[in-house]
Design a protein around this ligand. Structure first.
Ligand code: SF4
Ligand code: SF4
Length: 448
């Protein structure tokens, strides 16, 4: 079996984050293969749910991938507090006589940042602007590995499990076809409890915010895993939406150079030369020091400085995003740092406890919402983006009027392209093709 070919054919990408094409990522030889099962952003439950219902597929997928990578260690990094999932995983490992091991993480943010997870498991810091491969490691998430297992069995990526929580009538786990709208997902969770609301696609720290009126024209992609519905005037929504001009003006007048943003920045603590307080001091100056501004290129946008550290309510994260954009326009990219890097001594004492973070984010009231009930959602129409992840979009290989079936290839990339194939997520007819392929069930067909 050619696992990379099967993964390419099935269109597998990282099921969270930027969605790196998996057939490219797995073309490596490493010591560690790690599943990042930390799910460290508050309120997210999709990975935990998948581990509880698909543990066998995940462990088998890990064994196949581990063999391909020549990995000595196959490790699932999971939070120690997730006792139910840990016991299911232990039983499955025993049943399959697998060499997979569990590594227990404490309950802190950002335990699931790829660089932090690698540090916790291996004790190695990834160099500045580097990737896990630089320290002999490949990291995947739970959904990705299950999708690789499905790919081995010739099942392409056509569906997603989505946590829907916050201001909805029935918080729950949904199983949905890729290309369903965000609004349909919220309706499947009983609709919002509010007339006007905002939706975070992803986690409260790193997710993207949209308004209720945008939710019918934005569609679930391979990289999505959760939706959090919040009031439009919620603390997180207001903080993330502040205009950059206001932020820079506030920074000039209110930054007291306490350096909490730097002292709690996990990338700084991992040993990187990223000191957001220096970027904040510089961004307000008429003449900025280019070497200091370049530090912002190392920011992973985790949001600790913006939503947790700063006592003045400033947003080093948004300033870094702004500065990164300016530097990119000038063709300036981050430079790869030395492999000879050591974490800072205080790293063990500056991890952010998740409960304290939730309290700061004003989301404690959603923390005990139960999402154990699964609802499988069927729709009559899907809009499947040809670009769902980092890299090159797929090219449509169907025409308007074509009948397609679920799992059929409809958008293609070449094997060596930095991209992923796209498949139909329902049986139906192609009714439009642009940057997405719209497929509708015909009137006389029944949704099964
Ligand atoms: S934490 Fe806030 S006030 Fe302190 S240095 Fe950073 S941006 Fe300035
Ligand atoms: S968002 Fe802030 S805390 Fe996170 S990596 Fe960037 S500078 Fe550091």
């Amino acid at each position: 079996m050619d696992l990379l070919q099967k993964t390419y054919e099935a269109g597998v990408v990282g099921a969270g984050g930027a969605g790196f094409p998996t057939h490219i990522k797995l073309n490596a030889n490493v010591e560690y293969f790690i599943i990042n099962a930390a799910e460290c952003e508050p309120l997210l439950n999709t990975d935990k749910y998948l581990m509880s219902i698909k543990a066998e597929e995940m462990i088998k997928g890990m064994e196949h991938i581990g063999e391909l990578l020549g990995a000595k260690y196959l490790t699932i990094a999971i939070k120690q507090k997730n006792s139910k999932e840990i016991s299911i995983l232990k039983e499955t490992i025993k049943k399959l006589d697998s060499k997979v091991e569990l590594f227990y993480l404490k309950n802190f943010y950002p335990a699931g940042d790829e660089q932090m997870t690698v540090y916790e498991v291996t004790g190695r810091s990834i160099p500045e602007a580097g990737i896990p491969l630089d320290v002999g490691t490949v990291v995947s998430n739970v959904g990705t590995v299950i999708n690789v297992y499905n790919a081995i069995n010739d099942k392409p990526v056509t569906e997603k499990y989505i946590t829907v929580v916050g201001e909805v009538n029935n918080p729950r786990m949904l199983k949905v076809p890729i290309g369903i709208s965000i609004k349909e997902c919220i309706e499947a969770a009983g609709g919002s409890t509010l007339d006007d609301y905002a939706v975070i696609i992803g986690g409260p720290m790193m997710g993207t915010i949209i308004d209720d009126d945008e939710s019918s024209s934005i569609y679930i992609k391979k990289t999505d895993g959760s939706l959090i519905v919040l009031p439009k005037d919620h603390y997180i929504v207001k903080r993330k939406r502040k205009p950059i001009k206001t932020i820079i003006n506030e920074t000039r007048s209110a930054c007291i150079q306490c350096r909490y943003c730097t002292d709690l920045c996990h990338r700084y603590l991992l040993g990187h030369k990223l000191r957001p307080h220096r970027v904040m001091r510089n961004v307000g100056m008429a003449e900025r020091d280019p070497e200091i501004m370049k530090e912002s290129l190392l920011c992973c946008e985790c949001g600790i400085c913006e939503l947790y550290s700063c006592p003045m309510g400033l947003s080093p994260r948004l300033v870094n995003i702004f500065v990164k954009g300016e530097l990119r326009k000038q063709g300036i990219r981050p430079e790869k740092g030395s492999l000879d890097i050591e974490s800072r001594e205080m790293i063990e004492y500056r991890k952010i406890p998740t409960n304290r973070l939730m309290s700061r984010l004003d989301i404690m009231k959603y923390s005990d919402q139960q999402i154990d009930e699964l609802k499988e959602v069927k729709v009559k129409k899907v809009s499947i983006p040809l670009s769902q992840h980092i890299g090159k979009p797929a090219t449509s290989i169907v025409n308007i009027g074509d009948k397609v079936s679920r799992g059929q290839l409809i958008g293609k990339v070449e094997r060596n392209d930095m991209g992923a194939n796209v498949h139909s997520s329902i049986d139906g007819k192609v009714v439009d093709i642009s940057d997405k392929i719209i497929i509708e069930i015909e009137d006389n067909e029944v949704i099964l």
